[in-house]
Design a protein around this ligand. Structure first.
Ligand code: DGJ
Length: 583
């Protein structure tokens, strides 16, 4: 090679190398919930409503490909990884063309999950297939010889037909003809028990009830004949759960699920049972800290067991849906650490890695608190702590992974004290920090939704601030309100306001979300230090908002109550709109 050629080869090599380093995706080291997650080619991962299968040393992530938006315009994608962080695109393993026309393009193919059958050596995918109006609600099954496909479509059906009384008023606008076609099959998941038997769990009875059925030996259908109580069961009756995930820990079965609010997030719920078919006991929302009421703006789709990280170690896998542009939806993966008795606190981290599971048995020292101007406190990072719990007047108030916290402003002349404890996701605490006491000045008229109640009880859901109990805009018979409290009978919200306020005012009524629910009827009450100051008439859907104005001079404990008016609490969505105290 002469010098000129050598220079040319050298220059070409440099150009190739530098362009490679521009386009190659650098290794990902952290989970970053909610951020765009790029695959090893540098393209956004398209695997929504997905599930992860571990096979050998490799993980396979299957999910809905929404690169072209809503509906099923592409099919089901698969990615593979050795470390759960860096994912290689294995392609579309079930293209839309393999499905009947009704489930392509505008049609729906959601929440695919894959399990391996050691007896047949096949990979079996189950999915929720639907028409664009969600009127079909069918289970689909596809099979492959390899985890990265190609998957061959086997067929679709509604697996179970059962007469539950067919209350078609439950989801207005959709009539899935459950009596005629069998019970609807929507959000679904698969689970393989420790004895090797596999199960499918899905939302049925128009979302009201979960169905769980054992699969046949091939995992390609439910076990037939279907016998309730033996091969299948109705679970969490009338609780309206979606996005179910079944998992097993220390011999008990758990169902993590979401509520039903379309693409909008809502509170998660965890339920536990001694046997797979239940009965399941509600444990409540496992999420803590800000955005815990919306599952950190996500919806569950899978829980990945990490047995190599010790008992109770899992990853929560959720979707942060963008209903208006599904292709912009992202993923929220968080450490999910369960104690022997099933308690779990799911907290949100901006950035984390699997090393989080390695320091869980180390002791933690107390945070040293600095009091800053503008009502905030801060502290130095405590070694091995993953988050910090904030206590207000000795009661757990919040949890944060930051080292700074803005104190919630209280009521005129009332003193509140705050302490901080270091914490790890296994539930180990440090001793409390020294306390910081604040006596709050008069800040004028106060919207109750801008303050923290002493306590709150709701018949369903949790107290909402400036939203209805369903997290929609407060709305009484068509009149919208920006401020106020969203509650659900039987509801009791107590504020310790310290005697200095003179007037309470609010608009009250049934929230418009329940506008078609004639069963909804409720009564509002206001109590002052144990005396009943006010009781409304029985209010029903479509009743106009009523105005309440009361003299509350000298009241220390202000209690807002909503009763079910004697006919049960179903759909009792109750708004205290613009609820305010002033002096
Ligand atoms: C909520 C479900 O969990 C999603 O999978 C999807 O079906 C949306 N509803 C559609 O609104």
């Amino acid at each position: 090679m002469n010098l000129k050629n050598a220079i040319l080869v050298y220059a070409t090599a440099i150009i190739l190398l530098s362009s490679y380093s521009t386009f190659a995706q650098s290794e990902k080291k952290f989970f970053e919930p909610g951020k765009v997650w790029l695959d090893t080619d540098g393209k956004p991962i398209e695997a929504h409503g997905g599930g992860v299968l571990k096979h050998g040393d490799k993980y396979f992530w299957y999910g809905e490909n929404h690169a072209l938006g809503e509906g099923n315009k592409t099919g089901i994608s698969c990615y593979s990884s050795n470390d759960l962080l860096n994912w290689k695109n294995e392609g579309v393993v079930l293209p839309k063309e393999k499905l009947p026309e009704m489930f392509r393009d505008k049609g729906v193919c959601e929440r695919p999950k894959v399990i391996f059958n050691p007896k047949t050596g096949k990979y079996i995918m189950w999915m929720h297939l639907d028409a664009n109006t969600y009127s079909e609600a069918m289970a689909g099954v596809a099979i492959a010889d390899k985890p990265n496909g190609p998957f061959e479509f086997q067929g679709y059906k509604r697996p179970i037909g059962y007469d539950y009384g067919y209350r078609l008023d439950r989801v207005p606008g959709i009539n899935p003809r459950e009596k005629e076609l069998g019970n609807a099959y929507r959000d679904m998941n698969l689970f393989v028990d420790t004895d090797g038997k596999a199960y499918v769990i899905y939302s049925s009875e128009e979302l009201a009830t979960l169905y769980c059925s054992r699969l046949n030996d091939e995992f390609t259908d439910i076990e037939l004949p279907a016998i309730q109580g033996k091969t299948w069961e109705r679970i969490m009756l009338g609780q309206f759960r979606e996005a179910p995930v079944l998992l097993k820990n220390q011999g008990k079965y758990y169902i993590l699920s979401s509520g039903t609010s379309g693409w909008d997030p809502n509170p998660a719920d965890l339920a536990v049972a001694e046997t797979l078919f239940g009965p399941y006991k509600k444990l409540g929302n496992p999420c803590f800290g800000s955005d815990s009421e919306t599952t950190f703006r996500s919806q569950s789709t899978c829980i990945i067991p990490l047995p190599e990280k010790g008992d109770g170690s899992f990853i929560y896998m959720g979707d942060r849906w963008n209903g208006a542009a599904l292709e912009k939806s992202t993923y929220v993966w968080l450490p999910f650490c369960m104690s022997q008795y099933g308690s779990v606190k799911l907290v949100s981290f901006d950035k984390w890695d699997l090393a989080i599971f390695d320091s869980l048995n180390k002791p933690l020292t107390s945070p040293v608190i600095n009091e800053n101007p503008n009502n905030s406190i801060s502290w130095k990072t405590v070694e091995n702590a993953q988050a910090y719990k904030i206590f207000k007047n000795g009661k757990m108030y919040s949890i944060t992974d930051s080292t700074k916290f803005t104190l919630p402003v209280g009521f005129w002349d009332v003193s509140d004290y705050f302490t901080v404890q270091a914490w790890n996701i296994k539930g180990i605490n440090s001793k409390p920090s020294v306390s910081v006491t604040k006596k709050w000045p008069n800040t004028g008229a106060v919207y109750l939704s801008d303050r923290i109640p002493e306590s709150s009880k709701q018949g369903w859901g949790t107290l909402r601030k400036d939203k209805s109990i369903q997290l929609t805009t407060l709305n009484i018979a068509g009149k919208e309100f920006k401020k106020g409290l969203g509650t659900h009978s039987y509801s009791e919200v107590i504020y310790r306001i310290g005697g200095n306020y003179r007037k309470f005012s609010s608009w009250i009524g049934v929230d418009n979300f329940a506008k078609n629910k004639t069963v909804s009827s409720l009564q509002f009450e206001v109590w002052s230090d144990g005396d009943l100051l006010y009781q409304s008439k029985v209010m029903r859907v479509k009743d106009a908002a009523e105005r309440v104005e009361l003299d509350i001079t000298g009241t220390n404990e202000l209690k807002l109550v909503v009763t079910d008016a004697g006919d049960g609490t179903e759909w009792d969505h109750s708004d205290w709109a613009e609820a305010k105290i002033e002096h």
